[in-house]
Design a protein around this ligand. Sequence first.
Ligand code: PGA
Length: 255
Amino acid sequence: MNKELRKVIIAGNWKMNKTRAEAKVLIEELKPVSANADCEVVIAVPFTNLETAVNLTAGTNIKVGAQNCHFEKSGAFTGEVSADMLAELGVEYVIIGHSERRQYFGETDETVNKRTKAALEAGLKVIICVGEMLEEREKGITEEIVGIQTKIALLGITAEQIKNVIIAYEPVWAIGTGKTATAEQANEVCSYIRGVVEKLYSKEVADALTIQYGGSMNAANAAELLAQPDVDGGLIGGASLKANDFGVILAEASK
Ligand code: PGA
């Protein structure tokens, strides 16, 4: 982390977990463990829990995010939700291009770019996910893969707009596997992404950009990951569903 230069953000990605009744319980548990956090706290909940989460977190330091949005404003897109619909609810963040969307739902670098633009236009803050698959790491092309994902995601995004962009580096092989990247591996790629952004924009923009690590970040390994200079927070799946574990990660990010 480098708190002098940029904001540290810890975001829970609940994925397809928690009914509304269950979400209410978890949010109530999260309030006390989040209250003293010296970092931005976000929970990205299923669409069906957004309104509940916005209402229950009102007046707290917990911000609410969605896990996807469509790139069109409205129209014949059965099953989709627009960025304006999210913003209207009081949602502040949206995750775009998570590897599970890329893997199971046909998300491409181009649609990530379109969704990012739509979300920014609606006034949302966007967490763009990038990351290599295991075979790509083994072939030594991690930087090429993550570089191209970053460049395409940011096509047409202005230096002003990128203030509302966060990049989450999530090696696909580390997601939900319990196999975390080492702190050095995480920092190496986060630093590489910062370099890509510096070339596209400027050093000032790159220095101010929050770049999270995601992939089996948990209460036990968060301290080491967050101690890295280019790791500015975490996108946390499994451990974000346990209030105590999430609280420990927030405490580490608050140091
Ligand atoms: P995980 O998920 O922490 O369960 O590995 C992270 C993510 O997919 O954002």
